[in-house]
Design a protein around this ligand. Sequence first.
Ligand SMILES: Cc1cc2nc3c(=O)[nH]c(=O)nc-3n(C[C@H](O)[C@H](O)[C@H](O)COP(=O)(O)OP(=O)(O)OC[C@H]3O[C@@H](n4cnc5c(N)ncnc54)[C@H](O)[C@@H]3O)c2cc1C
Length: 480
Amino acid sequence: MVVTSNMSVDKYDAVVIGGGIAGLTAAARAAQGGLRVVVLERGTADQYACNSRYSGGILHIAFHNIREPEAALVEVIETATRGKADPQLAKAFAANAARTVDWLCAEGVQFTTVGNIAYQQWVFAPRRPLTPGLDWKDRGADVTMRLLERNITQRGGEVLRGTAANSLIVENGRVVGVDAHRNGTTVRFDARAVLIADGGFQSNLELLRENISSRPSKVMQRGAATGVGDGLRMARQVGAATSELTDFYGHLLSRDAFNNELVWPYPQCDELGVAGIVINARGERFADEGRGGVFVANAIARLDDPLSAVAVFDEQVWQGPGKNARIPANPLLVEAGGTVHSAPTLAALAALIGVPAIKLEKTIAEYNAALAAGTLAELNPARSSKPIPGNAPIPTMPVSKAPYYAVPLCAGITYTLGGIATDAHARVLRESGEPIGGLYAAGSCTGGLEGRSGAHYLGGLIKAAVFGLLAAEHIAELVK
Ligand SMILES: Cc1cc2nc3c(=O)[nH]c(=O)nc-3n(C[C@H](O)[C@H](O)[C@H](O)COP(=O)(O)OP(=O)(O)OC[C@H]3O[C@@H](n4cnc5c(N)ncnc54)[C@H](O)[C@@H]3O)c2cc1C
């Protein structure tokens, strides 16, 4: 079934591009339905890197339990995305999340729970330890992926490593296969349907420059760096529409992440900058910190110099939110060798971080006064102080109790929120809204649910699994 170009071939029912959680879920479901399926995966290692493997393994929808009633989840999605999520996608997502987890359980996937934390009731087992740096081998997501792959192959499917999809083959307006690079040659895979699940474009510097940051090399890759936008390119070449591509899911990281692998992807610095403030090289606030770490990370990436932002906070933040995070900066950032400046006065702190003392004192005086007077919304930029639905709650606190702290930040990009336009069956859509025959997309390469400008991270794993499952089920209908 694998042949070099120009030879006649037996068709696969489904070719899946990318072996992350979206692709493996789809392939396992398709193979379960009796379909002949192959996953093309660029990675060569047995446990090839991808965001799914690196993940914390928490299945949640906007920090809510995926088993909340469908209507409640739809409301959460609408509120968190400020009404920007495509309503059909939101409904399909909410309606199928619990069923997808049931299906994963039936596949043999093991889950664990973390106390009574509502959004951590479905965590791939064994849970990732709460330690700094990368730690994914033999953790829940890695174990889950190996299990899904075993199920695929036991049902007659294939996962071909070292195989990079390059272009879609179109005949009479339908996608009928994929050309891929494998062992130095181009190999043609004919199929009744193709699913793109390549994980996004966060690691394509040109696409980042075009859509997200004028200085993409100064945005830290907070993931496996395997999402290079091949799926987006291939889909566009055959006429696919996209959502806006301007936003990403990521976090505030210590700037040391560029040269210290112990300070990413954890601990995150969201709690420090969101409970306190984040300033630029002039000592001024430049974003609404109250909208959360993902929002501020996007704002940092858009700065002329994305390596100029600094979180400024005080002793109460350091001993409070700084310690209470899931994998806390206090003390893990210090233990991992990350930079944490502290000083008894704001003037001394300003000297340590190289911003004008008068400016820093003014910025903090205005912020503290507005917080005390309840006028944060009048600041420029305005500061939200109420919990934002769909965010992990972090309080808004004054910068008033010495010692004062400063942590140089960078924006860590995990995956792009915008991408290929799809419908509730994961079919890829043209600008006209019509599906492109034979073409599907799932996971972080898709937009519309999370990916419109200012929209919101809703949970990458469950999104990938739900739409991978729905794609496989629709392809099974098509094949029948
Ligand atoms: C540190 C970290 C922690 C996270 N924690 C969580 C969490 O707790 N909960 C949560 O919901 N989300 C979390 N996420 C996000 C989540 O991991 C992703 O949203 C999700 O895994 C995306 O799955 P995917 O299948 O779409 O993409 P991926 O897992 O990125 O898989 C895509 C695959 O496609 C392959 N590929 C790319 N291009 C090609 C090509 N041309 N041909 C063939 N193969 C190709 C890649 O090699 C890769 O293996 C986390 C991510 C990171 C990095």
